[in-house]
Design a protein around this ligand. Structure first.
Ligand SMILES: Nc1ncnc2c1ncn2[C@@H]1O[C@H](COP(=O)(O)OP(=O)(O)OP(=O)(O)O)[C@@H](O)[C@H]1O
Ligand SMILES: [Mg+2]
Length: 182
């Protein structure tokens, strides 16, 4: 990942996995923390608007978040700094909207990412399970690349193949995989 990040134009990374409960949110939160700890200005966006998690992990108010940002009801200040010593900001998902996929598909998402681009060295996105909806594919397509998480003795090889095919078809490069052992 560090090699990948050496390119100035690459900074948005989606954390994806096929199924629910494999540890995407946990990995996204931990990666964001680790990158902030090595001095990178890091933004974590909870783009799982179906089952938001990051506001719980970072103990943030979830009354305004990505859903409000994408529907034009909030500005960049929905990104909250989580610790005074770390340059780590989190955009919570916000209240669950009736139309998450429609919000993700809106062109304004690219405008939102572009606005954060100059402020951060790395932007991580938490995503919903890839096998359930098109959300993860749409999100990964907006990112510069994706990291595929699999959970040991839980994720099935066929599901990973299907997801990888999907990401290839939508032009997303999967730059690495993580095996979650828990
Ligand atoms: N490596 C790990 N060690 C300990 N606990 C873990 C680990 N990975 C995940 N967990 C725990 O497992 C549960 C599910 O993880 P998490 O919420 O990150 O999964 P997810 O893939 O985001 O699930 P969802 O589909 O609900 O979004 C959480 O309680 C999380 O803290
Ligand atoms: Mg999650």
């Amino acid at each position: 990942m560090l090699r990948w990040l050496n390119h100035a134009t690459r900074k948005v990374l989606a954390i994806v996995s096929p199924q629910a409960g494999e540890g995407r949110s946990w990995l996204a939160a931990n990666l964001a923390t680790v990158f902030a700890q090595v001095g990178m200005r890091t933004l974590l966006i909870d783009a799982d608007m179906r089952n938001p998690r990051q506001h719980l992990l970072f103990n943030l108010d979830n009354s305004a978040g990505l859903s409000a940002l994408l529907s034009g009801r909030a500005g960049k200040d929905v990104a909250k700094r989580v610790h005074p010593d770390l340059r780590l900001f989190v955009v919570p998902a916000g209240p669950v909207p009736p139309n998450p996929q429609e919000l993700i598909a809106r062109p304004v998402f690219d405008v939102v990412l572009e606005r954060f681009h100059s402020q951060f060295d790395l932007i991580l996105m938490d995503t919903p399970p890839a096998a359930d909806t098109a959300d993860a594919y749409l999100l990964a397509a907006r990112a510069d690349a994706a990291v595929m998480l699999v959970r040991r003795h839980h994720t099935r090889a066929a599901q990973v193949s299907t997801a990888m095919e999907g990401f290839n078809l939508s032009g997303t490069s999967v730059i690495g995989t993580v095996v979650n052992e828990y």
